[in-house]
Ligand binder design. Sequence first.
Ligand SMILES: [Zn+2]
Length: 218
Amino acid sequence: MNILPKAVIHLIESFERLPGIGPKTAQRLAFYLLHVPQEELDRFANNIKGIKTGTVLCNICKNVSERDPCAICQGEDRDKNTICVVEQPTDVLSIEKTGKYKGVYHVLHGAIDPLNNIGPDELYISDLLKRLSHARYRESSDQTASTIEIILATNTNMEGEATAMYLTKQLRGQSTMNNQQLTISRLAHGLPVGADIEYADEITLSRALEGRTVLLTT
Ligand SMILES: [Zn+2]
């Protein structure tokens, strides 16, 4: 017999559905909230409610935004011919924080992960291909040929690598079909500073090798 009040059980169950939260943490959070003033709980509940009603997906880049198109897609200073493909909206935040990137984005909302039944159709991949074919028509109407660069900035784990590989294949196919000039690049992931090469995992090391920069030529 469960001695917990139903309200507490339901809240624990809700917390358990969140990523990275196990049963123990869910229980701790639920009991913690019992000590929080009611008005703060109401604010918290309202914030949760508003996360979807107060946001939209940008029609162009699929990033989460307050308006459609989003501020980045509408930005006058943004290079629309450079598209950085990322897995999550939080990746956009990280890249924006560097202040070094002036192109636009495309958010996939995940990565190809066959073990969890996530295939290309579950991601915004076809939208990226459609977006590129539109870009081509826009360019060809004013007769100015321009190269589009796609930067694949998916994660360096198995799923991210599989997604990058799949995208490269699809993009190559489409660019041949549309006679489109396309440059595809992948972020160069270096070794962390102070890392022993001996202990670096295969993916990091091979990426570091691929992304090596020329120091001197004689
Ligand atoms: Zn956008």
